[in-house]
Design a protein around this ligand. Sequence first.
Ligand code: NAP
Length: 284
Amino acid sequence: MAATILDGKGLAQRIRTGLATEAAALVAGGVQPGLAVVLVGQDPASQVYVRSKTRACAEVGFRAFDYHLDAATTEADLLDLVARLNADAAVDGILVQLPLPPGIDSRRILLAIDPAKDVDGFHPDNLGRLLMGEPRFVPCTPFGIMKLIAEAGTQLAGAHAVVIGRSNIVGKPVAVLLTAADATVTLCHSKTRDLPAIIRSADVVVAAIGRAEFVRGAWINDGATVIDVGMNRSPAGKLVGDVEFSAAAARAGAITPVPGGVGPMTIAMLLANTLESTRRRARR
Ligand code: NAP
């Protein structure tokens, strides 16, 4: 049976339509959600991400405060900007696009962001709250992944979920969220022994590795839900995920495509976190 293709683009669009309606109601009450997006340097991929984030803001009626700083910007300059954004009442969310140029310690920048405006959810305070089951902001990509799994109708309680990749921004938070949803989680990485055997026993596979088509279709359990986070260029220059899509789709119950799966959901959840921040700040 062919897998259901999980349409992240369509789901993200539905979420954004809902957010636009909520934003319009807030604007009518005199409060406009505002997201500050800070880019340092000329990294081409970062420029694309930042453009899509600011465009998405405009589409749902948020204000986007776009800071494009020179690659020669110092850590002190960036800390100064973050302090100003922390204090700016019109800014509900602050996003500093990573990676930062060498010479700027991204951990220091991350720690300087007010956790109440950390809509990426990367601040240790927010990651700690997530770990304790009391999230303030769920990091955007893991948040989107959980929405896609829900969209697939996958029962997580008691399911074996295999996460491949243990980064702080994807793999680890996804493992925490899946555990909170009562899945039994195996978190794999480059030192994991016999990855194919582990994946063969998975009801849910989340691949966040960064290696083109690394997860072979033959490793996928019949009927499994497969979430492909990877964004890689194939030798032919095509955007591909971490999973061998066609072969995996022949076995999976549901699978996300690349592009059009996790990527659009990440941006939708960034907007959702920003709106949540606006609401909280408006209540205060
Ligand atoms: P990362 O920080 O580079 O982490 C990669 C992880 O993969 C590491 O934990 C690494 O293990 C593991 N790994 C590497 N080779 C492996 C192997 N042979 N077997 C098993 N595990 C292996 O990457 P990331 O930031 O999490 O991103 C992962 C991918 O997702 C990238 O393609 C990135 O572009 C994409 N991404 C997409 C979105 C989106 O919105 N669609 C968002 C974020 C990231 P070790 O820890 O042992 O090194």
